[in-house]
Design a protein around this ligand. Structure first.
Ligand code: ZN
Ligand code: ZN
Length: 332
């Protein structure tokens, strides 16, 4: 029996009549949904009726802060191993955001790994992912273009702290616009470690940081909803973290800077802080997993360019996952 991997609005894996779907973005015929992490482009499956949902407890807790009610859910933990039909599934840490995992699916003949979003190095809040040796590697390539090379995290944090102090001296409040899940907590931790400035966060960020805290992450911050936060911001001696899409046009007292992996493409103040692997780390991760085939996804047009780079640099056959279904039949 071949194992078939294909794109079906998510990553579909089928073997001996058992079909699983990972991070589905639209409803389909599969009743077993595996979710890697809480970012909205990966966690839509939580709203699909009549399907069993599998994720870590942290992922579910974060998604619940979006106001979603989750039914028919099963908790997974890192290093959990279990069977569905003839497929064995193992959860590994993905290092991307709190609760993020990558999935390994094993049959009698081969194994396939789907990374979801991936961070290969330790961040301020999380341990990086470890390589998982596999036959087929389905890998995200959000930053799968050579232009994306992120600096060392410590260096970057020190630069951000320097910019913040300079901005305060100039009479404005340094304001980081960041993803509410992932980068916002990284910035909080970076300033807790590298400066004495209090961190004030938008209430939306605070909701998610609360989940980090309740799961043992020592983050120090004030929610902008608290009275104390008002006192701190009127003193001008603090940093502010807001979601990326908050409009700050009516706030001349704030000096915004983007904190995102997309910083190299930004014309304004920006810091290349990311919860994803950069180009080199993606290549390094693949090299360490030693797959026979690489299938790229979650990279838009980088799905093609990154697959080409994998073939060129590592000599491993690679193509976008959504191109054609991939069948794997053991040669032994
Ligand atoms: Zn993500
Ligand atoms: Zn993603």
């Amino acid at each position: 029996m071949p194992l078939t991997v294909e794109w079906d609005g998510g990553v579909s894996v089928e073997y001996c009549g058992t079909r699983l779907i990972f991070d589905p973005q639209r409803k389909n015929r599969c009743s077993k949904i595996f979710i890697t992490h809480a970012h909205s482009d990966h966690s839509k499956g939580f709203s699909f009726k009549n399907s069993s949902k599998f994720s870590t407890g942290e992922t579910k807790e974060i998604v619940e802060t979006y106001g979603k009610e989750i039914k028919d859910w099963k908790r997974l933990r890192v290093r959990d191993e279990f069977k569905i039909g003839d497929l064995e599934i193992v959860c590994h840490n993905a290092g991307h955001v709190l609760g993020s995992v990558l999935y390994e699916v094993t049959t009698q003949e081969c194994n396939v790994v789907y990374t979801g979003d991936l961070q290969f190095k330790d961040s301020f809040t999380l341990k990086g992912a470890r390589p998982v040796p596999c036959d087929i590697l389905i890998i995200e390539c959000t930053f799968g273009s050579e232009g994306f090379r992120f600096p060392e995290r410590d260096t970057l944090a020190q630069e951000m702290a320097k910019w913040a102090l300079k901005t305060i001296k100039g009479g404005k409040i340094p304001t980081f616009k960041a993803d509410s899940l992932g980068n916002a907590q990284e910035i909080t931790k970076a300033f807790n470690m590298y400066s004495h400035l209090p961190v004030v966060v938008h209430w939306r960020v605070a909701q998610i940081s609360e989940v980090y805290r309740s799961n043992g992450q020592g983050l120090e911050y004030l929610s902008s909803k608290l009275e104390e936060a008002g006192d701190v911001t009127s003193s001008g001696e603090c940093i502010l973290i807001t979601p990326k899409n908050v409009n700050l046009a009516d706030h001349p007292e704030l000096e915004p800077a983007l904190a995102s992996g997309w910083a190299p493409w930004s014309k304004k103040n920006a810091f290349p802080l990311s919860d994803h692997a950069d180009f080199n780390q993606l290549i390094e991760f693949i090299d360490a997993c030693k797959p026979k085939t690489v299938l790229t996804c979650h990279g838009g047009r980088f799905n093609h360019t990154f697959a080409k780079q994998v073939e060129k640099r590592l000599g491993i056959q690679a193509r976008p996952l959504d191109l054609i279904p991939t069948k794997f039949v053991s040669e032994h």
